[in-house]
Ligand binder design. Structure first.
Ligand SMILES: Cc1cc2nc3c(=O)[nH]c(=O)nc-3n(C[C@H](O)[C@H](O)[C@H](O)COP(=O)(O)OP(=O)(O)OC[C@H]3O[C@@H](n4cnc5c(N)ncnc54)[C@H](O)[C@@H]3O)c2cc1C
Length: 334
């Protein structure tokens, strides 16, 4: 077995990679600070944020307000935008120096990219795309919950001998903590030595995705194969309730709706206050993306549909007349 860069005996503390965009922490970084706070407290270890960027001091303060005990900051013009070479090089240097026991990152495009590169450099294991985190009783090892084998099995993965124990976590899984601007914490700026010639990518243009973000919807009206391509009533209900329309993968695969609305394992994990799930059978790969909704209302003509096992309110009926009646009711109330 290849030994890790440092041993479990040398390793200390729980770290969260604080992904930021133009100096503002990404939502998943805040979510990880919330969960990280809970995990750090349970083990009696400090929670440290690792922040890379340029001009990111306000983001470090934001992290402390959201639960970090200290923030290690690498501030340099070459870190102004994410590149694999620069971020992996600086993060690896800091980690080898400080030897955290656990490192959590968001499973965003950049977080996934960085995590893979770091795991190889640090010669450690990485549990990718977790939907749950916990300490194992007895050993205190990090358990990362992932849905595996095509989503049919929930697996609990641990990294027994290598450090840091690394995990990426899907955005939207954990609730973001509330901020306490008076919270005290320590900020430490580390020296950065980067050779611009060794950064092999150049960012020519950055295009911000202006589409819908279903992970922020308070009300989600989701449709699957059962809507038979007709999303009009779902769109109208979403409009009347100030929500968004979501979909199962089948509905996206059939081209009935954009991929940016797909809920589930290969789509988005959402936690709306209310999810109205219409004509969706309830495969695990779908429900993993909606199971943390405050209230799930399912409409399905099949009384045996597995979505009813997750739903708080079950409507066994043809979805179209039910939605029509709901629209009339909501319009009357408006
Ligand atoms: C690796 C992998 C990843 C996947 N990732 C995802 C993912 O991220 N998201 C996802 O959604 N799926 C995902 N899937 C696919 C998933 O397994 C299911 O196939 C999919 O969720 C089924 O979509 P559906 O419920 O719309 O369709 P179906 O399973 O065909 O269900 C349609 C439902 O509509 C009901 N219905 C039909 N007509 C009506 C009517 N008039 N009124 C009321 N009810 C009606 C039926 O009773 C049925 O329950 C993944 C699969 C794999 C293997």
């Amino acid at each position: 077995m290849i030994p890790s860069a440092y041993s479990p005996e040398e390793a200390r503390g729980l770290w969260v990679f604080l992904e930021q965009e133009a100096g503002r922490l990404e939502g998943v970084a805040l979510e990880l600070l919330g969960k990280g706070r809970e995990l750090a407290q349970a083990r009696g270890v400090p929670l440290t944020g690792l922040l890379l960027g340029q001009g990111v001091e306000p983001a470090a303060r934001e992290a402390i307000a959201h639960g970090a005990d200290d923030v290690v900051v690498a501030d340099d013009p070459l870190l102004a935008v994410y590149t694999t070479d620069a971020y992996a090089s600086v993060a690896a240097q800091v980690i080898l120096d400080r030897k955290p026991e656990t490192l959590l990152l968001g499973a965003t495009p950049n977080g996934r990219d960085l995590a893979g590169r770091l795991a190889v450099r640090l010669r450690t294991g990485l549990t990718a795309d977790c939907t749950g985190l916990a300490w194992e009783e007895g050993t205190g090892l990090l358990l990362g919950e992932v849905s595996g084998f095509g989503g049919g099995v929930m697996a609990s993965i641990k990294c027994a001998r290598h450090r840091p124990q690394m995990a990426t976590v899907r955005p939207g899984i954990f609730p973001p903590p509330s901020a306490d601007p008076d919270r005290a914490g320590r900020m430490e700026f580390v020296p950065v030595s980067l050779d611009a010639a060794k950064i092999r990518t150049e960012i020519l243009e950055r295009v911000r995705h202006e589409g819908v973000d279903i992970t922020r919807a308070k009300v989600l009206v989701a449709g699957g194969r059962g809507v038979k391509g007709d999303f009009a009533p779902l769109t109208e209900i979403a409009r009347l309730l100030g929500g968004e329309v979501g979909a199962s993968r089948v509905a996206c695969d059939l081209g009935w709706i954009g991929r940016d609305r797909q809920i589930g394992q290969t789509g988005f994990v959402t936690r709306p206050k209310v999810a109205l799930v219409c004509g969706i059978s309830g495969a695990t790969q779908f429900t993993v993306g909606v199971k943390d909704a405050g209230l799930i209302i399912a409409i399905n003509s099949d009384p045996e549909a597995s979505i009813f096992e997750e739903a708080d309110l079950c409507v066994v009926d043809d979805l179209f007349p039910v939605l029509e009646a709901l629209i009339a009711e909501l319009r009357g109330a408006a």
